[in-house]
Design a protein around this ligand. Structure first.
Ligand code: MG
Ligand code: MG
Length: 604
């Protein structure tokens, strides 16, 4: 189906918005009146610009407070309408959105509303324009889609239809049964469909709508359910995004438009009207790659953690460090000194790297050049919204290229140390730019088939962090997406690699014996732990001595501790027992405060 986006959903000038919509692959736009009023282009020039960009103008909006008015007020509304219709003629837009009235003058009189909408439609018809009437969720007398449709039906005018807006419908109707009536509306009388999701918040409808709308799949509404009803009704117009959102107003229009179109592609896939290549969920973490201007500090930490430098890239300054199944690449090639050490790339094991990359590309992820240099194995790779490079790997596959083929084993290093404690990457924590958090969650869910977990707010001494894990069901891949409230500082920017072992106490002791330093945790934390949980003799003292944090839930226990931070990166040692699936969220405020307190602490 054709896709469209309201100019209000994007930031910038009208021409910037149009360019972003076109580049992201939208077929059309809804022109928001304020964007036109603020533009120095004439309506004819806007029309020409849209045509150049391959965009149709699918809707002009909004027109407010028209129906069920005392006659002299309605006469004024018609005068406004005439002016708007003439403008729309110059613009080449043939459908106008009329929102249900919020005016205190409006009367609670459906017959009058239908009669006046009919007269408005007469005038529109003379200009070759169609009127799409939408029930605002906070409309004075008409505020539900079924009520708006009854009025449109009563008017019985060929140039009058209804506009369905998912926010106005789903913000009022929680029960799926309540929206089945959409299928009773004749498809050709649904003149327009606007789609917006929103997080489930208990707040004033207008404030909720104006500030918190988001793209489909990024909130809590069942947009696929709604769209199925609209399609069954026979609607054939565009799928159009109308999203008022404080964050999008401040972020670059280009990436927002791509995020927007990806959300529509995923929604179309959900209802079976688009078929990008099927997802192939990753099965593990092949490697995490750190880029650093100076390998020494991070190598010292890895050495103390018991990693061995087992191999070196044949053509580039990249070392492979390994312990058990945990593999970390340390790359001293492209780093800029001011950026310090950062987690730049992740290798994900996937059953079919080519298929995963094709899906990513179909969902608008930038595909990275397949080879970094002629002798490299041709790995499939894409960029995540935050710029992290995702490599799709088939480590040890008999036929597909193995990324390790680019590495030469270090003389005398021998095979990777294979210890009982089965070291592996437990999770990777990636800090997202503050305006890309919802996009990142949708990207990882849609492109990689990872399942988003609960969103968690964590108090930091100097702000609030929001974090949300996206994981495979078996926990083989866990990525924790974190966003800091602005202004962000270095601690909030930190990324981490969590390493799982079956003996976190032994690992922490060995790390310390090898010269590593662990993040010190205040005694108050352990006094509180003693009150919350029962421990065996000496157990709590051991945790306190090493700075190990502890959590327990109905599924199991979680013990974890932290190294100091190198550049933007620190390591976490974790031990999961039972079926514990979390990340020690109750401990996060203590850890963040300890990291602030330890700023400048560079032991190890
Ligand atoms: Mg709307
Ligand atoms: Mg963690």
């Amino acid at each position: 189906m054709r896709t469209s986006i309201a100019t209000v959903s994007l930031s910038g000038s009208l021409t910037e918005k149009l360019t972003a919509a076109s580049r992201a692959g939208f077929d059309g736009v809804e022109i928001f009146e304020n964007d036109l009023l603020a533009s120095s282009l004439t309506p004819e020039e806007i029309r020409a610009r849209c045509a150049d960009l391959g965009l149709t103008i699918d809707l002009y909006q909004p027109m407010r407070d028209v129906e069920a008015l005392p006659e002299e007020d309605f006469a004024r509304a018609l005068r406004r309408a005439r002016h708007k219709f003439e403008l729309m003629g110059r613009l080449g837009a043939d459908t106008v959105l009329v929102c249900s009235s919020v005016s205190p003058q409006a009367l609670d009189d459906d017959a009058l509303a239908a009669e006046q909408l009919g007269r408005l439609a007469d005038l529109a018809q003379d200009h070759g324009i169609r009127v799409a009437y939408e029930a605002l969720a906070w409309g004075r007398h008409i505020n539900t889609y079924d009520h708006a449709w009854r009025v449109v039906e009563a008017a019985g005018h060929p140039s009058l239809g209804t506009c369905l807006d998912s926010f106005h419908i789903l913000s009022r109707y929680g029960d799926p049964k309540d929206i089945e009536g959409i299928e009773d509306i004749p498809g050709d009388k649904i003149f327009f469909l606007q789609l917006a999701d929103a997080p489930l918040l208990g707040m004033d409808l207008l404030q909720w709508s104006r500030h918190y709308r988001c793209f489909p799949g990024q909130g809590g509404f069942d947009l696929a359910g709604l769209l199925r009803h609209v399609l069954r009704a026979g609607y054939t117009g565009p799928l159009s995004l109308e999203v008022f959102n404080d964050v999008f107003r401040q972020s670059d229009a280009g990436p927002t438009a791509v995020d927007a179109r990806r959300s529509l592609l995923v929604l179309q896939e959900q209802v079976g009207i688009a078929a990008p290549p099927a997802p192939t969920t990753p099965t593990g973490v092949a490697f995490a790659e750190l880029v650093t201007p100076d390998a020494a500090p991070v190598s010292a930490v890895l050495g103390a953690l018991g990693f061995a430098r087992t191999a070196r890239h044949r053509g580039k300054p990249v070392d492979l460090w390994q312990r058990g199944d945990a593999r970390i690449l340390v790359n001293t090639g492209p780093a800029e000194r001011r950026e310090g050490t950062r987690l730049a790339a992740v290798g994900l094991e996937t059953p079919e790297p080519g298929a995963t990359a094709h899906r990513a590309e179909a969902l608008l992820a930038p595909v990275l050049p397949r080879r970094r240099s002629p002798e490299d194995a041709p790995l499939e790779a894409v960029a995540a919204p935050d710029g992290t490079e995702l490599f799709f790997c088939a480590t040890g596959h008999p036929r597909l290229p193995d990324w390790r083929a680019d590495f030469r084993y270090v003389e005398g290093a021998g095979p990777a140390p294979d210890d009982d404690a089965r070291w592996r990457v437990d999770h990777l924590s990636l800090t997202q730019p503050w305006h890309q958090f919802d996009e990142a969650v949708l990207f990882h869910r849609a492109v990689l088939g990872l399942r988003p977990q609960e969103s968690v707010d964590v108090a930091d001494p100097y702000g609030l962090l929001r974090s949300r894990a996206v994981t495979t069901d078996d926990g083989a891949v866990r990525i924790v997406l974190t966003v800091g409230a602005a202004p962000v500082d270095d601690t909030a920017h930190a990324q981490h690699i969590a390493l799982a072992t079956d003996d976190v106490v032994g690992a922490a002791r060995a790390y310390r014996a090898a010269g590593g330093t662990l993040l010190p945790i205040p005694d108050n934390y352990y006094a509180d732990l003693a009150a919350r949980f029962e421990f065996a003799d000496g157990e709590l003292e051991t945790y306190q001595e090493l700075g190990i944090l502890y959590d327990r839930d109905a599924q199991g226990t979680f013990r974890h501790c932290y190294t100091h931070t190198v550049g933007r990166v620190f390591f976490e040692l974790v031990q999961r027992d039972g079926a514990y699936r979390g990340y020690g969220a109750p401990n996060a405020p203590v850890r963040l405060a300890a990291q602030h307190a330890a700023r400048g602490f560079t032991g190890g």
